[in-house]
Design a protein around this ligand. Structure first.
Ligand SMILES: Cc1ncc(COP(=O)(O)O)c(C=O)c1O
Length: 365
């Protein structure tokens, strides 16, 4: 058999894959791909351009770093953080949601997590336990693959469809076809979307919100790339245009806001899960049975998060509070520091097209 010549010796890659005992490389996780690339890089001496992980090489927000150092110097490292979250952070997170989404949410529902990854893990768990007949999470894909991995880890079911063919009004019937079966506990999507960078429009968010209310399903809105639809300026606090959100169209939501991209703070693993006021206080039969009481919000914090990590790094919470505060006060134009994402995307698109790659997800609304 003649082997097609490849830029890196095929045996090196095959050997690396074999070493990791991966039966199907197309199903490898991002971390596995990264580890295999590192092996192949070391063995071949050829540098790989890593595009599987969000490491844009931007400096962390100086405001966050300063606040975190000061907090550490005050001695917070020796003290367990409040599992509910630092009061200043909860208040500034609620203000941030008002300033940049124009939605009212109580500080009580804004809960620090060790990155929005932990926010989705805790949300998937809590949502899956609310009603026993609702045992499946629905992904509006394309999505962040590790979220499916989270469900595999916890042994929960999921269904998925690709939104590309169901944009605009077509989304309604498609979404309805899943929700009317009665087994979906929560819908998850990222907006702006990783990996395709499509952005759902108000009309589509309205459809998702209305159907979520109708079928009593919870929406998990992953806002990891907060305000990063650079076609508009969502970065002025308390002024339109605002980051579009399903929160305008339903009361059944958790917004996942991450420090990782907007503030380049990925290393400290910090984000906030913002649970709507109504959902926070909602009592579900499955939660009452399992925990003997509690609401969605209190179970999320005092049962699930407590079991996962007993809270979120104390000093990182001070950093996040300071970054939110400065952004809310209009003193920190966080989009200025990260607009390079958009510039690089434009350049990369040009390069790939020039080299003959076809563009997938080539239309946005
Ligand atoms: C869509 C999406 N959600 C969540 C995350 C992870 O966010 P965090 O670092 O806050 O856990 C990422 C990171 O790449 C992402 O792309």
């Amino acid at each position: 058999m003649t082997m097609k010549s490849t830029p890196i010796n095929r045996e090196i890659i095959d050997e690396a894959i074999r070493k990791f005992e991966i039966a199907d490389f197309s199903k490898a996780t991002i971390r596995e791909v990264k580890a295999i690339a590192a092996e192949a890089e070391a063995a071949s001496g050829i540098e790989f351009i890593k595009m599987e992980m969000g490491v844009p090489g931007l400096p962390a927000s100086a405001i966050g770093v300063k606040a975190e150092i000061e907090a550490l110097q005050r001695g917070v490292a020796s003290i367990y953080p409040d599992i509910n979250g630092l009061p200043e952070l909860k208040a500034e997170a609620a203000r941030f949601v008002k300033a940049f989404i124009d939605v009212d949410i109580q500080p009580e529902g804004c809960v620090p997590v060790t990155g929005s990854m932990q926010g989705t893990f805790a949300s998937f768990l809590t949502c899956s336990q609310c009603n026993k007949e609702k045992d499946t999470i629905l992904f509006i894909d394309p999505g962040f693959p590790v979220q499916k991995q989270q469900l595999v880890v916890m042994g929960q079911k999921y269904e998925t469809f690709d939104v590309y063919d169901f944009r605009g009004d077509k989304l309604k019937e498609k979404l309805d076809s899943y929700l009317r079966k009665g087994n979906i506990s929560a819908i998850v999507y990222s907006n702006p979307n990783n990996p395709s960078w499509i952005c759902l429009k108000e009309k589509e968010l309205r459809i998702i919100g209305q159907l979520a209310t109708h079928y009593d399903v919870i929406v998990l809105e992953d806002l990891a790339y907060f305000a990063m639809d650079f076609r508009q300026n969502f970065g002025i606090p308390f002024q339109p245009p605002y980051q579009p959100s399903v929160a305008k169209y339903t009361d059944n939501y958790v917004l996942l806001i991450s420090g990782s991209k907007a503030f380049s703070y990925a290393g400290q693993r910090i984000g906030v899960s913002c649970i709507s006021n109504k959902l926070y206080h909602r009592i579900y039969p499955g939660l009452t049975k399992r925990y003997g009481g509690g609401t969605f919000g209190t179970v999320f914090i005092h049962r699930v998060l407590y079991a996962l990590s007993s809270g979120t790094s104390h000093s990182a919470q001070f950093a996040m509070a300071a970054m939110f505060k400065a952004a809310n006060d209009g003193e920190y134009h966080f989009l200025d520091e990260i607009k390079v994402y958009g510039e690089r995307a434009r350049k990369l698109k040009e390069i790939f097209l020039h080299q003959g790659f076809p563009l997938v997800y080539d239309t946005d609304l």
